[in-house]
Design a protein around this ligand. Sequence first.
Ligand SMILES: Nc1ncnc2c1ncn2[C@@H]1O[C@H](COP(=O)(O)OP(=O)(O)OP(=O)(O)O)[C@@H](O)[C@H]1O
Length: 570
Amino acid sequence: MAFALGFVVRAAPALAAGFWGLLVLRALVPAGVVLSVGRLAAAAAAGDGDALARWGGVWLGALLAERLLDPLSGMVEGNLNERLTARVNRALMEKMNRFAGLEPFEDAAFYERVERLRREASYAPMNLSIFLGQVLLAALTALPLLLLVARWGWVYPPALLLSTLPYALAGVRLQRLVWETVVGTSPEARRMDYATGVVLSPDLAAETRLFASGGFWARFYERNFRALHARGRAVRRREVLVSGVYVLPSALGLGWTFGSVLKGGVGVGGVVEVTAALHRLQAELALLVEALGMLERSLYYMDELRAFLEAEPRITGGRLRLNPGPPEVVFENVSFRYPDGRVALADVSLRLEPGRTAALVGENGAGKTTFVKLLLRYYDPSEGRVLVDGVDLRELDLAAWRRRVSAVFQNFGRYALSLEENVRLADLEAREPAGPALAQAGAAELVSRLPAGAVTLLGKAFGGAELSGGEWQKVALARAFYRKAKLLVFDEPTAALDPRSEARLFARFAELARGRTALLVSHRLASVRTAGHIFVFKAGRLVEAGDHGGLLARGGEYAELWRLQSERYA
Ligand SMILES: Nc1ncnc2c1ncn2[C@@H]1O[C@H](COP(=O)(O)OP(=O)(O)OP(=O)(O)O)[C@@H](O)[C@H]1O
């Protein structure tokens, strides 16, 4: 609760203060109305014209205040909510950016939590302020009403509260049940979300149409919906039952108070006052119970948020900075298991010579991409060491190390930014234009074809120009070249390129990689045959190393892969 409150206050201190201040004012109004109505009735019965005018003024003032305060607090609430949502999203981004490794994306439970926090960011913290407001408003409204009732006997307020207690406890417990069984966290709700996501995804539209799998996903959705809905109905039935059963004691409390007060003889004004007060009080107490349940749900979100914000990144950088030349990288008996226990690299030892180009080849799942992930320290080895210029990678200043590296990954980014920005994203401090890097990537022609050249907005997200798969890959290559890095890592950099573009790139590669250490990852052996060192991986192990000629002569795994590939062309 302290965290949640602190979060709201820090998001917008002035707005939060205004919100609570208005709340107190709004809470006083109903008591004012009740009091003035009672006094009006008494004045009317006694024929007291002065009192009638006085209490009539109070009554009108209270009504007017209610009309004015409601929109005002609505405005403050709206502003506060926007600030809160932005603060949550900012906190999510800042925290995620602090994870230098990839572990938050690999841990399914953790990632699911992040996704949920993001999905609910636009309403859950807002709900917190709304329901916290409602709880406080109902409590604050009930308080003066209870004080009014107390004027007829101090026993009445505790009696009323006690009789409401069973209903309150059951109501809050039930809200928790609703949250756990029906709301977005249940597996069914997540599967429903997944199914709609598939059918509405532009990336999957071609496949779902060709394979006519849209109906499958609709049925998938339906099955999960039915399960969820059945549980939802059961919970709601219980809700009605609980309200019916537990409302009895509070009705008895009300009835007893009402009867006892009237028996005492309170006059006309008193009758009107006690009737109005009890009527309003039971409404406020019911509201309080409901809001408490909803508040608990919102606090659950804030607990999740807190747990996420307090999670400590596993990969943290050291302090050492090395000279910024082309690095020497040595893998020393490196093994690696993914968090799910799967062994992806087993006892790998190899050396990338500074200023030379090396290549990793091997079948699908051989461990090539995993090797790259360790090289860039997205993970630390389970065993062994990765040495850069003789120093353990874990001791290096991680940001400084990554600034020495540039890469094209298999799943490269396609950003809804201009072409120029897509490239310059690799080095936001550099002042050079993107043109030369685009030319190096073979994308000069693409620039001239786009309606606004390099400043053309790309991607469909905001209505920009869509590129072909190969064109996007050229943009990713340009991005990699734009950064003046000393280690280039290209993981399947030409998978989407046409043969001419691919041939051109590799013809220029030696020149592009001059003065840099470079690592090419590919199963297309023709692309890597010129590399000085070729490392052949199989099932997570380094099984051969050498140059193209040497590996062919050896007649092992590489020679076999080469034969299979060249046979297809022959
Ligand atoms: N995030 C992950 N969690 C668990 N296992 C993984 C993960 N990523 C990869 N693996 C497993 O690790 C092994 C090596 O995968 P890796 O991606 O390194 O192969 P690769 O040689 O790059 O394959 P490809 O040529 O298909 O890209 C595979 O068996 C794969 O299933």
